[in-house]
Ligand binder design. Structure first.
Ligand code: ADP
Ligand code: MG
Length: 246
């Protein structure tokens, strides 16, 4: 084996896959641009880092389990006028994640709640955060299953590994008493520790009723809204608009 091949094999055994792949190309670039030794090493390390970053972001996209791809860039603020681009852009420094604050999007169907939640989720991943998307229904089912197996705490700890948990569509379907209790356990564990983006069709005044006014209703609402930014979205359903114009 020649020197080059040997070096590339060593790179691979160190899992420096990008370096192994690009080494011949990089060496010839170094030569033609007359890079110093230090510059050459720096380029190698820099590209390897960027490549890993890219891979990590792709992995986090997969692990987030977004049900569809929605980007903030595709959000039309001329249609949705009850929230401004400025309000959403202000969130993109992700101070709300660092401060473990929540976002709550409240509004009727079709006004863009899920779109904004997923769009923010994508941006958060690109900024280096771990995100998980769950519909409220799937989350409740998952917690119920875990609880039956005596693994509720374990499941909650797993969910809490994410910086941001997106809970989509809370309030559409009724929940059993046990489910409300499980949800309370989750919200309590995440409180001041992780962030939640919640989308719901229920105004806070309806939450008591939704949670059957039992003893977990108020603590759940209280913990979610304590450190949170609340956005009330209104207007016409975008789906309806698309139907009418097509
Ligand atoms: P909600 O979660 O409030 O029910 P969605 O976010 O699912 O509504 O929006 C319904 C559909 O309309 C989605 O395909 C979404 O991408 C699109 N949509 C909603 N509002 C807008 C908007 N302001 N600009 C672009 N697309 C929008
Ligand atoms: Mg939705």
């Amino acid at each position: 084996m020649g020197q080059l091949e040997q070096t590339r094999a060593r790179c691979r055994s160190l899992r420096l896959t990008w370096m192994a792949q690009q080494l011949p190309q990089l060496l010839s670039e170094a030569e033609s641009n007359e890079w110093s030794y230090l510059q050459c090493v720096d380029h190698l390390v820099d590209y390897e880092l960027k490549e890993r970053d890219q891979k990590r972001i792709q992995r986090h996209f997969r692990q987030a389990h977004f049900p569809m791809e929605k980007r903030l860039d595709d959000f039309d603020y001329r249609h949705q006028t009850t929230i401004t681009k400025r309000q959403i852009s202000a969130l993109l420094d992700f101070n709300f994640l660092d401060a473990r604050q929540n976002l709550v999007f409240i509004g009727p169907p079709g006004v863009g709640k899920t779109h904004l939640a997923i769009g923010l989720g994508y941006k958060a991943i690109e900024a280096g955060y771990k995100v998980l998307f769950k519909t409220a229904m799937a989350l409740v089912e998952e917690l119920e299953l875990a609880e039956k197996r005596g693994e509720l705490k374990k499941r909650i700890n797993l969910l809490a590994k994410n910086d941001l948990l997106i809970i989509d569509e809370l309030g559409y379907l009724p929940m059993s008493r046990q489910s409300r209790y499980n949800l309370f356990q989750l919200v309590n564990s995440l409180y001041e520790y992780r962030s939640i983006i919640l989308t719901t069709n229920k105004d806070f005044t309806d939450w008591g009723e939704f949670f059957h006014n039992d003893n977990v209703a108020i603590p759940i609402v209280d913990r979610i809204i304590h450190h949170s930014h609340i956005y009330m979205l209104g207007g016409e359903s975008y789906r309806l608009k698309e139907k009418l114009t097509n």
